[in-house]
Design a protein around this ligand. Structure first.
Ligand code: AMP
Length: 275
């Protein structure tokens, strides 16, 4: 991959890179079509990164289907799939990790210790190998976007980070590879998460400014569904991820993590005072 991308750069091709963990769905495909529009060459990586899983069972259970993914991608105009083995990414004596301070201790970082260390490390390895002009990340993982933007800026990468909106199922449930692990009934019930976020948005539209009240509304709606177990509900600044007490001028992120049965799902919504 490194020698291939070196050659492409010599030919003055712009490289668009979409990192994924496979089990591809329309959320991934929206990133890919954006990559296609912006770049001469589109590279999609499929790599279930062991370093970002803090629970072995979660890693073992994570859906994997490279054949189906490759078949799906053959219908899209991508140029390369990069699907390395874990041993190619993490050599036998691997011992260098990337740690992004401040942005990684809360939310997903608090619930999944070591998660962002794994994400930041693999993204650096992939960026170093590919050296893309553009890399595409979904707003679905809002904290990940903040971390990757910080990381690329801090370490002087020239890669431009492009973010795509959350793609949802008709029910409002954010598309996720983990949705495949839900039963039909759980999948229906999981739509309560987006309903709660929409209710929060309506509350703000009607003049509510206090984060506590907004978070409480989200909590009430989600708790109306007995199958749902809230991990966290956070109202934070969209860029710094610092808690916000009152909605002001800056964009605010409401991020939630909820277990539906055994499956942990995340979702979020961004708004500012005018919305
Ligand atoms: P994953 O394979 O889950 O690691 O996701 C790969 C990329 O796809 C990440 O940048 C995700 O944020 C993005 N992504 C996953 N689900 C969605 C979605 N429903 N809408 C938009 N982007 C998504």
């Amino acid at each position: 991959m490194a020698s291939l991308t070196r050659k492409l750069r010599r030919e003055n091709k712009t490289l668009g890179f979409v990192p994924t963990m496979g089990a591809l769905h329309e959320g991934h495909l929206s990133l890919i079509s954006q990559a296609r529009q912006m770049s001469d060459v589109v590279i999609v990586s499929i790599f279930v990164n062991p370093a970002q899983f803090n629970e072995q069972t979660d890693y073992d259970k994570y859906p994997r289907n490279l054949t189906a993914d490759a078949a799906l991608l053959s219908e899209y105009q991508i140029d390369y799939i990069f699907a390395p083995d874990a041993s190619e990414i993490y050599g036998e004596k691997f011992s260098t990790y990337v740690y992004v301070e401040n942005l990684t201790e809360t939310l997903e970082g608090a619930s999944r210790p070591g998660h962002f260390r794994g994400v930041a490390t693999v993204v650096m390895i992939l960026f170093n190998t590919i050296r893309p002009d553009f890399a595409f990340f979904g707003q679905k993982d809002a904290q990940q976007v903040a971390v990757i933007k910080r990381l690329t800026q801090d370490l002087g990468f020239e890669t431009e980070i492009i973010t795509s909106p959350i793609v949802r199922e008709e029910s409002g449930l954010a598309m996720s590879s983990r949705n495949a692990l839900l039963s039909e009934q759980e999948r229906q019930k999981a739509s309560i998460i987006y309903k709660a976020l929409r209710e929060a948005k309506i509350l703000v539209k009607n003049g509510e400014r206090k984060s506590v009240a907004i978070a409480e509304k989200v909590r009430q709606v989600i708790q109306s569904e007995p199958l749902a177990q809230i991990d966290y509900i956070a109202v934070v600044d969209n860029e710094t991820l610092a808690p916000v007490e009152k909605i002001g001028e800056n964009a605010v992120l409401i991020a939630v993590a909820v277990r539906i049965g055994k499956v942990r799902l995340i979702d979020n919504i961004v708004f500012n005072r005018k919305q």
